[in-house]
Design a protein around this ligand. Sequence first.
Ligand SMILES: *[C@@H]1O[C@H](CO)[C@@H](O)[C@H](O)[C@H]1NC(C)=O
Ligand SMILES: *[C@@H]1O[C@H](CO)[C@@H](O)[C@H](O)[C@H]1NC(C)=O
Length: 154
Amino acid sequence: MTSIILKTQVHVVVISLLIQIAFSSQAKNDFDLNWSTIKSMVRITNRLGDGSTLNLHCKSSDDDLGLQILAPNGSWSFKFRPNIIFGVTLFSCHFTWPGQSKWFNIYDDDRDGVRKGIPCIYCIWDISKNGPCRFSERDDAFNICYDWNGNRRS
Ligand SMILES: *[C@@H]1O[C@H](CO)[C@@H](O)[C@H](O)[C@H]1NC(C)=O
Ligand SMILES: *[C@@H]1O[C@H](CO)[C@@H](O)[C@H](O)[C@H]1NC(C)=O
C-alpha cells in the first residue's frame, strides 16, 4: 500500500518536472521568436565624401521622423515595427545637400522585407552622391547599391 502511494508520488513529481521543463523551453522559444514585438532598424550615414552636410527627412504614412542634419561621416538611425503579416511598411526620405535634391525609399517591404527581396532587420545605409548602398552581412561590405531612381546598380 505504502509502496503504491510512494510510486504514485514519484510519478507525480516526475510528470510535473517534465511539464515544467516543457513550459519553460516553450516560453523561451516564444520570447526568441515573437515576431509581433520584433523591431527593425535603419541607420543612415553621410558618405558624400566632399565635406558636405547631408540633410534628410524621412516619413511613412504614419510617422514623420523630422529633419535630420548629418555632418560628414555622421549617422542617424530609427527603429520601427515592420508589418510582417501584410508587408506594407514604406519609409521614404528626402535627401538634400548643396545643389542637390533626391528622394529614396530607405525601407520598402517589397525590397527589404523578411519575406521578400533582400531582407534586412538592421538596414545600414551609406549615402554617397551616386546613390545609397546597403550593408550586406554576407559580404561584409556596402555592396547592395541603388541609383537615386531606385534601380539596383552594381
Ligand atoms: C508577443 O508579444 C506580445 C506583446 O508583448 C504579446 O501580447 C504576445 O502574447 C506575444 N506572443 C507570444 C507568442 O508570446
Ligand atoms: C570620413 O571617413 C572617411 C573614410 O573613413 C575618411 O577618409 C574621412 O577623412 C572622413 N571625413 C571626416 C570629415 O571625418
